[in-house]
Design a binder for this molecule. Sequence first.
Ligand SMILES: C[S@@+](CC[C@H](N)C(=O)[O-])C[C@H]1O[C@@H](n2cnc3c(N)ncnc32)[C@H](O)[C@@H]1O
Length: 394
Amino acid sequence: MPHLKVKPFDSSIIATKIDESTIMTHVSKALNSDDILIGIEHEGEEFLLQLKADEKAYLLKYDKVTRPLKVNILKEAIGKVAKELGLEVYASNIAISSTKALLSSKYFKKIEDFVEIEYPKKKVSVEVGFGSGKHLLYQAHKNPDTLFIGLEIHTPSAQQVLKQIELQNIENIWVVNYDARLFLEMLPSNICQEIFVHFPVPWDKKPQRRVISKSFLAESMRVLDKEGRLELRTDSDNYFWYALETFFAVPKTAVEIRKNEALEVTSKYEARWLRQEKDIYDVYVQCNEISTQTREKIDFNFNGVIYTHGIEERLSKEALVYDGYFIHFERLFKSDATMLLIKCAFGSFDRPEHKYILLTQEGCRYFVSPPVQTKVNLLAHQKLIEQLTLKEGQ
Ligand SMILES: C[S@@+](CC[C@H](N)C(=O)[O-])C[C@H]1O[C@@H](n2cnc3c(N)ncnc32)[C@H](O)[C@@H]1O
């Protein structure tokens, strides 16, 4: 990832350069270390750069939480900041590259995009954990009238499939590099024809990490259209029985089971089990109802929350754990007497959100964008407001 190693310098000069800068918007220093965050606005993107001090050299680099998808924007910003501050560069890896970043492909969608997105096809299907993407690509070829949303948490697999989509000129796949267990909440009700879950990780020792769960099933039934179906394919006896138990607990569904059914396409993963002559189970759950539930738009505003003197002392240093979610103020950065940038983690234990909150005397907002619109994030957001409005003595 892009960074510059520069000769140590007096970092207090950064604040004096903000007003005349074409790119820097604010600067803040960690309360418990010498780390510095520089707010950037460049090419329509807002993000942060970090400055880490070391005796021999200072490191000017990207910030993981706010990093823009296009690496070249980041590289340009680092270069401009170094120039505006007149830094002496020891080492650099910010040469602009001409290769197209796959994650900026138009077929790559961020979870935030789904807050307001237009679906280009009437039919939509989802594949959870597509791995090498063989099944996803096959389905998309075969059903050009359906949009396939492929979900995969493993970034290199997502990148590989994006490459294939471009090479094979496929126009009806969106790739989302996000946890399927939370993603379904972003979809409107009754939109899906099929949800494929092929060979999910069995997580025998950590069953709470499994994709299939009561809440995943409930969300699947909400997003599936009437007669749409959830298709689980697994080689794990354990997972098969666990899934059946989960599925039978839900009313208004029809469950069908098959054993050693051949599909038209065999993934690399499946081929391994076939060679070992392992049993393979399919479980189909059909949705028998139109869902009347609508997905509510969640408001992540901090209406009326402003910086109050000494709030940095009142915020809990420990993570605060609630029923099914948590909030944790991880690091505090202070700009002047009236501005605080708070790095925090919150939401579900499996897939926490990492965000900055910018708290000033004028107001408060997530920097740079609000969290994913899940119910658990809303609960966490309400607790964050409670903490940020703590009065002295509370
Ligand atoms: C065992 S592989 C199966 C891959 C593919 N479906 C196949 O049949 O070859 C499981 C895949 O699910 C992905 N995965 C696991 N948990 C996930 C989750 N919560 N959301 C999205 N993908 C997930 C993993 O990264 C992995 O690529």
